[in-house]
Design a protein around this ligand. Sequence first.
Ligand SMILES: Cc1cc2nc3c(=O)[nH]c(=O)nc-3n(C[C@H](O)[C@H](O)[C@H](O)COP(=O)(O)OP(=O)(O)OC[C@H]3O[C@@H](n4cnc5c(N)ncnc54)[C@H](O)[C@@H]3O)c2cc1C
Length: 220
Amino acid sequence: MDQQQLPAPGSGERTRVRRLPENAVTDRGTLHDILDAGLMAHVGIIDESGQPYVLPVAYARDGERLLFHGSTASRLFRSLAAGSRTCISVTLVDGLVLARSAFESSMNYRSVMVLGACVALEGDEKDAALRHISDHLLPGRWEDIRPPSPKEIAATLVLALALDESSVKVSTGGPDDADIDLDRPIWAGHLPIREMFGAPVPDVAGAAFPVPDYVERWTR
Ligand SMILES: Cc1cc2nc3c(=O)[nH]c(=O)nc-3n(C[C@H](O)[C@H](O)[C@H](O)COP(=O)(O)OP(=O)(O)OC[C@H]3O[C@@H](n4cnc5c(N)ncnc54)[C@H](O)[C@@H]3O)c2cc1C
């Protein structure tokens, strides 16, 4: 579906950001950028007893949907494959905000929430989705590694969730202190947080080979 035809993030009654609506972002480009920058999503389900569970999973964005993979033995994945409704969030923490009061101290972030029900992928679509997830998490790696065997594919559930009910909230910059606190004689501002890769560490057999060029190019 054309990106223009899809609802803007936060445009539904369930996804409209009410608390600090000035931090809501409604363009789909930002939705995509946040999802492309993340590696891990938190996926929520409510089980038969009514108990909510929120589990972290790897994911990739493929156009206007999110892709996940997991074991056919996973309760989370079995429930999602059966059509349980879910709420998925991806959060990038960009910094700590050091205000002059406890109340105004906070975080800078980019976060996405998606509501919906997943569909299980099969056949060629399932195979392509597995490659797509690998390309997002480990770009360039697929060509070097053994592809999944039919038995491994059969043991894996691959799910897709359409990005048609979403919201985006972004918080940036320094503290928003109340006027009565502005004269407090302390430092205030914000402390950016940056993610980075460390140096590659080979396993015993891997040490015989050079670090792949694509790994050298990965940055965070
Ligand atoms: C890293 C991080 C730390 C945070 N820490 C706190 C904290 O300590 N205390 C606190 O009160 N809040 C915190 N927030 C904000 C929090 O996520 C909620 O936005 C806030 O609590 C308001 O909740 P609400 O249910 O009243 O939102 P409402 O505005 O009523 O939510 C309505 C709809 O807006 C959308 N929405 C709300 N929040 C988000 C979001 N974060 N991302 C995407 N869509 C959203 C959803 O679609 C939701 O259904 C934090 C957010 C992040 C990302």
